[in-house]
Design a protein around this ligand. Sequence first.
Ligand code: ADP
Length: 290
Amino acid sequence: MPADPGPAAPAGPAAGASPAAAPPGPAAACTGLVKIYWTATGEVHALKGVDAAFPAAALSAVVGPSGSGKSSLLRILAGLDRPTAGQVTVADVRLSGLSVGRLRRLRRRLLGYVFQRPADNLVPYLTVAEHLELAARLRRIPGDRDGDLLELLGLAHRSRHLPRQLSGGEQQRLAFARAVVGDPPLVVADEPTAELDSASAATLLEAVRALAAHGTALVLATHDPAVVALAERTFYLRHGAMEAEASGQEALSVIDDAGRVQLPPEALKLFPARRARIGVEQGRVWIGPP
Ligand code: ADP
């Protein structure tokens, strides 16, 4: 595998490039998001009314056990799938209700998506530079910033290489580079470090953080504690509902609009009959077994 020197230091915007002005609101938000899959064996309620706001120009992590709804949420945020109910807005544009054509155009302009498998993100016969040129053409913007982007991601010396000549980590960095061409407000990635060794994953994460500092909100579904450690905001999904949200060290439980809150698994054990007494005293709520 070729040597992987890693990205340039994440020193904010690349030389000569002007970062996109961060929109005043969140890069993306969802309210009351429901996703039901109808299968031969019955309905699967993958998302059960998720509310979340993903901050602009920041790295967010979506974590949760397998089957908790991470991929479903990301696909809907990226406009690749539609919710059964609820609203999604990206850069203040409401995705729900758009025609297929408008959604496709909007996706091209405002959204990027990075798959877990590096090879799934790239075209085998295009060089690194050609990937970025194609992305710029699809977004209808001049491709003259590509050199800066490759420099930022430590790929400048690989610009004429094909994907098969790159390491797995370099391939994923190229996938992110392609996704952020033109500074779209939101790029989502489903477990992008899952197929990388820990050194390549760390290098990729540095690169991803540099990209977020550059103006694009990056939302990563992950099992990787290294991603959570770097993320400015972490969303904890469980059983298709948002259990908690953390900025920095402090994780806060989420209370949805209907007043529902998820108990942590260890607390749930106290309620084998699934009934509780709830009281409010002096500005505090207590909950106990009957
Ligand atoms: P995660 O990414 O956290 O593993 P997913 O969003 O992939 O969670 O899945 C949430 C639930 O929805 C799981 O029970 C999964 O089996 C189910 N699911 C996901 N995609 C489909 C689909 N296309 N058809 C039927 N069920 C699905």
